[in-house]
Unconditional design. Structure first.
Length: 411
């Protein structure tokens, strides 16, 4: 029979002494008289501690009451990543934070994988930051990775795998400051000109182009327009209210409401006739629509043409756009709208295409800038669903025209 990896160590009886015991990792723990309530309570306590420590025994303790040599950093990273895959979930699905944690811990293990975790110090954490800089990681990503590494040691302290003082010392290490480090800066996400958006839309399919238009008119996130369903939209008033099933700040107890006005309603209405639980925008539906459009434009009957059988695709279009498939649809439109000059070939042509592509999150920045320019920062904050105005300022560009006009008038 296969080994039961989820089974608990058994509550057993030592025949010679009549005591109950449990064997964990080769160690025997005697619990008292077999069958007594005290022995069962001791068994429950030991098993509970073993389970809470990821099915591992706690590190030994020396005579002074301090932890002895604890697990290695590699062992700590592996156990924390297992915890992260279970903990960082939303609606039963693993979020991207678990992958981000794995990437952050990779740099830690490369330098100090064999080091006992309790010997990790602030200077060593700063060395990990320098290691990330040499690997070309941008400053903001390094700061986020540093926080994830600290979180790993915090978890290890909570599980008594390492002394709590290890994490306390690591808190002294602050994030890298702009202009005071050799780490490269990430490029800020800028709004995209409406003229470029509309030029791209003429080369996109109907469904993804409608998604872009709705995103422009509402300021919603790419993920929010992808998961839009009829049942999530309140159409009882003049302005419709869309409450996404899940959103970015859901874990913090925030409520997200997207306001849908008359223009966006006109675009969205044809997609609301489907069952209420179905997603409004479907790649499979767009594929069927393109095929039907191609058949309607065909002049020569298909039976008279030689057709080479195409290989079956490895992945079929789904019933819901993801942020990745939505972005790819936009990139295909960009490639068709902004073709490289004929003199560019190979890598130069690929670089041209990359520079002339835009991502759907830039549409949100465009809407935020327009709203702030016309109605002010507070209005942009409400439309974007931000709790704090300083976050909105990252999305909405400052209205330079207003500043120029004020200075022109005052001197």
């Amino acid at each position: 029979m296969p080994k039961l990896s989820t089974a608990h160590p058994r509550y057993s009886k030592h025949k010679a002494s009549g005591q109950a015991f449990v064997k964990i990792e080769g160690q025997f723990f005697y619990l008292g008289l077999h069958g007594s309530e005290i022995s069962k309570q001791q068994y429950d306590r030991i098993i509970a501690e073993w389970l809470s420590n990821n099915r591992r025994l706690k590190s030994p303790t020396d005579e002074d009451g301090k932890s002895g040599i604890s697990c290695s950093i590699t062992r700590l990273c592996i156990d924390f990543y297992k915890h992260a895959k279970v903990y960082y979930r939303k609606n039963g699905k693993q979020t991207g934070e678990a992958v981000n944690i794995k990437n952050a811990l990779k740099y830690l293990r490369e330098l100090y994988g064999d080091l006992p975790a309790e010997e990790f110090s602030p200077l060593k954490l700063q060395a990990v930051q320098q290691h990330m800089i040499k690997n070309g990681i941008c400053r903001k990503s390094i700061n986020r990775h540093t926080d994830r590494i600290k979180r790993c040691f915090l978890w290890g302290g909570q599980k008594e795998m390492i002394p709590a003082a290890t994490y306390t010392a690591l808190r002294l290490v602050k994030g890298l400051k702009s202009g005071r480090t050799d780490a490269k800066e990430s490029k800020p996400v800028k709004p995209i000109a409406p003229s470029i958006i509309f030029e791209t839309l003429t080369h996109m399919g109907k469904i993804p182009s409608d998604m872009v238009r709705i995103q422009m008119l509402t300021g919603c996130r790419p993920g929010e327009v992808c998961m839009m369903r009829p049942c999530d939209i309140d159409r009882s008033s003049e302005v419709w209210l869309y409450t996404p099933k899940e959103h970015k700040t859901e874990h913090a107890g925030k409520v997200r409401v997207v306001f849908i006005g008359p223009e966006a309603q006109a675009i969205l209405t044809p997609y609301l006739s489907r069952p209420s639980e179905k997603f409004c925008f479907s790649p499979a539906e767009e594929t069927r629509r393109r095929a039907a459009d191609a058949r309607s434009k065909r002049k020569r009957p298909l039976k008279y043409e030689y057709r080479k059988r195409k290989p079956q695709p490895k992945r079929r279009p789904g019933e819901k756009y993801t942020t990745a498939s939505y972005r790819k649809a936009i990139h295909r439109g960009c490639d068709a709208a902004f073709k490289p000059p004929k003199e560019l070939e190979g890598e130069q042509a690929l670089q041209w295409a990359k520079e002339h592509r835009w991502a759907p999150n830039r549409v949100r920045h465009t809407t935020a800038t327009a709203v702030r320019k016309r109605f002010g920062l507070e209005a942009a904050q409400v439309i974007l669903g931000h709790s704090h105005a300083d976050v909105t300022q990252m999305y909405a560009e400052v209205n330079m025209e207003k500043g120029i006009e004020v200075i022109r008038q005052i001197g």
